[in-house]
Design a protein around this ligand. Sequence first.
Ligand code: SF4
Length: 670
Amino acid sequence: MSGLFPHLFSPLTLRRKTLGNRIVFGGHTPNMAVQGVPGEDPLAHFPGERMIAYYAERARGGAAMIVAEAIPAHETSVFARASLRPGDDTLVPHMRRLVEACREHGTVMIQGIAHVGAHGDADNSYTPNWSPSGGHSYLDFHGSHAMTEAEIEAVIEGFVRAARLAKEAGYDGVEVGAGYNALIEQFWDPLVNRRDDRWGGGLENRLRFSTCILEGIRGAVGEDFIVGLAVTGDDSGPGGLDLAARAELLARLDGPGLMDYVAVGAGTFFNTERVMPSFMTEEMFAVPLAAEMKKALKNAPIVASGLVGTVANAETILSGGMADMVSLIRPQMADPHLAIKASEDRPEEIRPCIACNQRCLGRRARDYWMSCLVNPAMGNEHQWGGEPYPPAAGRRGLLIVGAGPAGLEAARVAAERGHRVALMERTDAVGGQLRLTAEQPRRQAVGELLRWYRDELTRLQVEVRLNQNLDAEEVRDFGADAVILATGSSPARDGYQRSRPDVERLPGSEEESVLSIDDVLSGIPVPGPRVLLLDESDDWKGAGTALYMAERDLRVSFLTKGAIVAKTLVVTKTHKALRKRFKELGIEEILQAALVSWSEGAATIKHLLRGETETVRFDSLVLSTTNVAEVGLQAALADSGIEVHAVGDCVAPRTAAAAIFEGRRLALAL
Ligand code: SF4
């Protein structure tokens, strides 16, 4: 029993199942299902090895309850390519394998079921979207089909049938997805439910669809089966249901005990950035919504979610009586063994999620299976295995050169596997470019990740030496069994732009008034007040540095060849918050433009669509361009006869995600 988190580790009984703690791995869409059940519908999807190993690792890590990716209740409700399809009985054996893989760890297993109504993806479902009154999708310009009475009955039966299949597969319960303005909430909401039959109008009529689903499921699955409901606490958009209206609706369902728990999230398809909030949003922002629901409901326990982030926050929520359980999805993506570590009062060993959305949502939005920037094993558990890592076949002495993300990860995992590791860093601190990222506004979580790495290296007795700029001879003389080069990359300082591939060096880029973003974030004074930032990164590298400078009273102009700033952040749902902050700070956006030259503060800018050029005066130019790999040691050690590996940016300058991935993969192989 945890002394630090007594509320988090007190048991809770739902129906006749007892959860060992209050930590839930809530419903989400990892996009991992495998397509095409043999001999069946080629569009069908089922849980394969990747998906089973993904959930099983979180079960092994101590999550009390797992809500598996929702099955659409009906063929009109497919919302991601690799969604489990509303299958027939052929889905059951595959679902059973998933349940059994998790059940052996004592986890209560819940199957999600949902229908997203007007907000489906017709490119995936090959059907029109359905809704109460033919309302608009918030995701695209598509209209939807106003459901007939028979179609409403068919969807209700779809929910009931999916629950029956879940029970047959061995699940302990189902979670009915109403949240994010899905079909059930669309029936509740008079803004979009304009029906004048028994499914629309007064409160009782608008509740009828959800009541029929919950009653139908209970009738089909019996008294022992858990039936949860996932809702949004937020307003569903201008003129839509607000929190008070939602609480009133739910109290009506709660009175007769139609659900065994209610999971309260935030955001809808109208404002999806609140559904998966990033570091641009306040921690625990959605907890007050859960707390209001808890006040309104007399029977169903409440699951809180919404950037809870840490087990300490979760304990605060429970001890404050704001909820009864806490859903920690991304924190358990980042560290699948979060619950076990917390239960043993080792919270400082939990690898922190940095709320970046880059490899989870960012990958799914591009139709890949979800993974995690800080935990590259996520989605690879079926090949890499889980934690703890398997011991190395033999203990070797490893010398790792460079303590950026690739070197830190390689050192940590190699030491965990039993190798004797020495980590050499050229500067006076570990972290590499992550250390600079942590300087950008709202990136404290990156600093927390570095704190975690430092603590883990100490715990694992890795020998860390700072201010060590090793040459090839010193590396050889060290006498390691193998050398890992993680020497990273450095700013190119040449002003290369993809819109001008024939210009290797920007005229004027050698002037003193030209800085790199590394210079800026390292604290080198930026001549001001007028700064031009040339961005090639399209992500936080440039955009976060613009915020950093603007918050220090510099007047920043942000020049990109793109039609929008930082376009890669659209898929991580951080773009809207970034643009808002740009506006608040008065950062000028110069779009679809290239820099032709820089000369003593005069920037000649070419507008790519109009073809015109203009010259504008600034005090300094900051380059956010592609780095160059630090390959010196690799070249010098090429014929040394010692075992040398290279990982991260020194192979090719990319992202922290790629560096951590390669560090982990190599350390697991040695
Ligand atoms: S990719 Fe980023 S936000 Fe997503 S789980 Fe990993 S650390 Fe958290």
